[in-house]
Structure formats: C-alpha cells, structure tokens
Write a protein that binds this ligand. Structure first.
Ligand SMILES: NC(=O)N[C@@H](CC(=O)O)C(=O)O
Ligand SMILES: [Zn+2]
Ligand SMILES: [Zn+2]
Length: 346
C-alpha cells in the first residue's frame, strides 16, 4: 500500500477569502497547502473594476503570514455596467485572471450580478478576443424551477446559448454538482473547464436533511442525490483535463449559518487535501490526485505548473480543528464524517 505521496503544490481554482477580520483568520488555512487561488470577487461591495481588484489583492498580500509563498489570482465581478475596456486593461496588466458571472440572486452576495445577458454581450466578446476566461455560477434563479434542477436548466437555457453565440469564449463551469454538468463539460473538446468542490465529492442531499437539518452542509449549488455525487467522484478521479479542484471554501460565521435563514457555504480550506486524498484512495485513484489539484487547472488557465511540492503521508487519523476562530466568532470546518488518514507534511 502506498503511504507517501508527493505532488506538485496544489492550487485552488475557486476560493472565497472575504475581507477584514475574516480574511485574516482564514487565509492561513489556504496558504498552508496551496500555492495559488482564484479569488472570488463577491465581497460587499463586489470587486468590479481593475482598481477594486488591485486594492483587494494588496489587502490579501498584507494579510498573508507566508509572504511570497501564495499568489492570489484576482477576478472581476461581472455586472451589467462592466466596462469592456477596464476588463481588457486589468487582463493586459496581468492582474486579473478571470471574470465571474453570477446570475443576480443565485447565491451569496450576487445581487449585483447579471439579469439580462444581452447587457454583458460586449464584455463577453472582448473576453473571447483577449482569451480571458469566464467563471460561471451556473444556476437559473427562475422561481418556478426546482432548486435541485437549477444547474441542469442553466446549462440548457443559458450556458449553451452563451457559448454558441460567443465563439472562442473560455468558460469554467464553477462547482458542478450534477451528472448533467459532468456530461456537458465532457461534450466540448477545448475551452470549457469545470471545477469540482471538496464537499460535493463527499456529501449528497441526505447529509443536509436526514436526521435533522445540518446548516454546515448547506451550500449553493445545493448537494444533489447520490447518483450525481458518484458522477462527480468519477469525473474528479478520471484525470480528464476538463476537471480541476475549486474548493469553493466559503466561510460564514457560525451565527450566520446556525439560524432560521442560514447562509450558503461550506468551509473546507483546512482539511481539503486530506479529504481529497481519502476520496481518491477509496477509488484506487491516488495517482490521479495531482492532475486534479495541480495540473489540469493551470493548464486550462495557461499558467505554469507549480515547481514546489507537498508530501502527504498516510497514518493515524488526522487531527484538525473543528472551528477556526475569528475576531467576530468561530467558523465551523467542514466535517466529512469519516476519519482522514492522509496528513500534509509541514
Ligand atoms: N457556494 C456557496 O454556497 N456560497 C458562496 C457563493 C458561491 O460560490 O456561490 C459564498 O460566497 O458564500
Ligand atoms: Zn457559486
Ligand atoms: Zn463560491
């Protein structure tokens, strides 16, 4: 049995770092293991312009305890007022690596997102021209579409049409949760990627709802039935170039989750690598872990692979904190409900 595993240092292609006290508290959980991360722009107010992204990047670098060892890859939050020239400048300077599309109302802090896709056409065309990827939270918000169907309906009625009317646009389907998402990502040869989160490889909708409601398993897109989880595990462990890790680690204070109208988001930065090693090992696919965490993502984004490595070692169950303390209260770390045997060497 393999008991050590050395990988190129992983990157996280979908991460929420927040700001202020939360940023200070949770950033080390990511920088301990990860070299780079695509940083989501859904702050309040959102990161809309190149100037906003430059200022946010400085705040992240200032908060980083491991100076020089972590590179935040910045994104812009697409609004119906976004200026294509500002996007092009932020890309040309090397600051911005993607633009993020939130359908207005789809998820946490998405109120400034897009309602009428015609109003962002010029930005999308500019992005296709300059090769800047569009990262998409792929759920419709139509009230009469069941929340468990919102990803599939989005693929059919929004994503596919956008891709067809904007040839050459590079797209990342963020945090896919369905077999439909896996199949769509595989139906296209070039220019389409899909991130898969850590938690969607572990939980299905029963984890949220059976035996009492579990707010710390509630995230968006909401976890689906087991057949979909199995499709995600198959995709992540396949090594196929479309699929790469985007943890979507999304901290909220416990007080904001354990309440009558709790926020969506699972916080997995702390134990992601141990969980992934466990999942890949169970599938007999440890040899595909590096493709998922460290190769397919940078290859899609056209960025160099990390030269540094991390080593995972198999042993007694790994201990990790149940909560991370912030100035304003604790954040619960995702509980995978299984012992984790792979620890990351310091
Ligand atoms: N995934 C989540 O459930 N929440 C994310 C937003 C998002 O990625 O949709 C957040 O910012 O909290
Ligand atoms: Zn999202
Ligand atoms: Zn997210």
């Amino acid at each position: 049995m393999i008991d050590t595993l050395t990988l190129r240092r992983p990157d996280d292609w979908h991460l929420h770092l927040r700001d202020g006290a939360m940023l200070n508290a949770i950033l080390p959980e990511t920088t301990r293991h990860f070299a780079r991360a695509i940083v989501m722009p859904n702050l309040v107010p959102p990161v809309v312009t190149g100037d906003d992204a430059a200022a946010y990047r400085e705040r992240i670098l200032k908060a980083n305890p491991r100076k020089g060892q972590f590179e935040p890859l910045m994104t812009l939050y697409l609004t119906e007022q976004t200026d294509p020239e500002d996007v092009a400048m932020a890309h040309a300077s090397g600051l911005v690596k993607a633009v993020k599309l939130y359908p207005a109302g789809a998820t946490t802090n998405s109120a400034s997102g897009v309602t009428n896709f015609e109003n962002v056409r010029a930005v999308l065309e500019k992005m296709a021209e300059i090769g800047l990827p569009l990262c998409i939270h792929g759920e419709v918000v139509t009230p009469d579409v069941d929340i468990f169907d919102r990803e599939k309906v989005f693929i059919d009625t929004v994503l596919d049409p956008i891709r067809r009317t904007t040839p050459g646009l590079k797209v990342v389907m963020e945090h896919i949760t369905t077999k439909d998402g896996v199949d769509y990502a595989r139906s296209v040869d070039e220019g389409l990627g899909a991130t898969i989160t850590t938690h969607h490889l572990v939980i299905n909708r029963n984890h949220i709802l059976v035996g009492g409601i579990k707010p710390h398993y509630y995230c968006l897109p909401v976890a689906k039935r087991e057949t979909h989880r199995l499709a995600l595990v198959e995709a992540a462990t396949s090594g196929d170039k479309q699929f790469f890790l985007g943890t979507d680690s999304a901290p909220h204070l416990d007080g904001a989750k354990e309440t009558a109208c709790g926020c969506a988001g699972c916080f997995t930065a702390t134990n992601t690598m141990s969980i992934l090693a466990e999942v890949f090992e169970k599938e007999g696919k440890l040899d595909a872990l590096e493709a998922f965490t460290s190769i397919n993502g940078p290859t899609f984004y056209g960025l160099p692979l990390n030269e540094a490595t991390i080593t995972l070692r198999r042993g007694n169950p790994v201990r990790y904190p149940a909560k991370i303390d912030t100035e304003n209260g604790p954040v619960t770390v995702f509980d995978p409900q299984m012992p984790l045997h792979w620890s990351v060497e310091a």
